[in-house]
Design a protein around this ligand. Structure first.
Ligand code: ADP
Ligand code: MG
Length: 329
């Protein structure tokens, strides 16, 4: 298993990564999630041995300091899969095997196996230029898995793809990693990508680890307001507004609370405990998204079923869904 202890990286004296400690057990997928510039790629590069770091990076208790990148047994995959454009898919996927002098028949067999794994059976003779972005990333993934790395390092592997494809490929990526039993460290700024692919989540901000744990636990209990907002909560309430929303959700809480609220936490309901005036209404295929000036709370996002037609200025009642709230403190 991979262990990081107080790992720090500085560029020209300024810190890019500070005292990061993490464990990644075998067979698990950990997503390091953070905004752009928070040190994610730096962390990955340090693990790969491409960046000088202080602290300890170890595999199965063996310190990797001084072990060169190609001897770590890790594979790397980037945002743009970096395929060789002049080589066929088979030659790209088989490239690491050729470097290791795997005999041609075995190589051919393994390439077919890998292409099947990533859903591209029969693509052997295609050139990268004839593939879609998603297909190219699958080929890059097959190549990264070719030599069965003990750790796969993925740097924003889906970020270059358009949104719809990204969602589908994220689910496929998870299935492929699980099927191959791969231990993987993925870094991304995209929450959905992290939720779809990982078992565990580590949130970084300004080079520091702010929270780590199983995906659902981090999502349900963000460490602080900034983390909650980064994880996709719409608002963080304090004082009387927080108390009003908690009461409406039927959640008891002693003393002042800080509450993170998802966009869909307030729902239009005739007999709801909250009242307010619609400020904005926008219909989407699934629901109507509202902004409501809620009495005692202030302007909040809310949702209504697509059959509802509340317009600006209209008085409405709302209930609060306790599964879409998180009490931060
Ligand atoms: P992320 O991948 O989260 O977007 P990076 O790890 O690439 O962030 O960068 C973290 C910080 O380190 C940023 O402020 C970036 O400008 C800086 N940085 C990254 N690489 C270098 C480098 N080679 N030299 C100097 N500063 C760098
Ligand atoms: Mg990066």
């Amino acid at each position: 298993m991979l262990s990081l202890r107080e790992v720090s990286v500085r560029y020209d004296g300024s810190p890019a990564l500070t005292d990061v400690s993490l464990d990644l057990p075998d067979g698990q997928v950990l997503a390091v999630l953070g905004p752009s510039g928070s040190g994610k790629s730096t962390l990955l590069r340090a693990v790969a041995g491409l960046e000088q770091s202080t602290g300890t990076i170890a595999w199965d208790d063996r310190d990797l300091t001084g072990v060169p990148t190609h001897k770590r047994g890790f594979a790397l995959m980037f945002q743009d899969g970096q395929l060789f454009g002049h080589l066929t898919v088979a030659a790209n996927v088989g490239y690491p095997l050729r470097l290791r002098h795997v005999p041609r028949p075995r190589r051919r067999e393994r390439v077919a196996e890998l292409l099947a794994l990533v859903g591209l059976a029969g693509y052997e003779r295609r050139l990268p230029g004839t593939l879609s972005g998603g297909e190219r990333q699958r080929v890059a993934l097959a190549r990264a898995l070719a030599v069965e790395p003990r750790l796969l390092l993925l740097d924003e592997p889906l970020s270059a793809l358009d949104a719809g494809l990204r969602g589908r490929l994220a689910a496929d990526l998870r299935a492929i990693l699980v099927a191959a039993g791969t231990t993987a460290l993925l870094v991304t700024h995209d929450q959905e990508e992290a939720y779809a692919v990982a078992d565990r989540l580590a949130v970084v901000r300004a080079g520091r680890l702010v929270q780590e744990g199983p995906v659902a636990q981090v999502w349900q209990r963000p460490a602080d307001p900034e983390t909650a907002l980064f994880l996709g909560y719409a608002r963080v309430l304090e004082g009387a507004p927080a108390a009003a929303v908690l009461a409406a959700a039927g959640v008891g809480h002693a003393g002042p609370a800080t509450v993170a609220v998802r966009r869909s936490a307030l729902v239009l309901a005739e007999d709801g405990p909250l009242s307010g005036v619609v400020v904005q209404a926008r219909a989407t295929p699934d629901q109507v998204r509202l902004v409501v000036d809620v009495d005692g709370v202030g302007e909040m996002d809310a949702v209504a079923g697509s059959a509802a037609h509340p317009g600006p200025g209209e008085k409405v009642r709302l209930r609060a869904d306790q599964d879409r709230l998180s009490i931060l403190s």
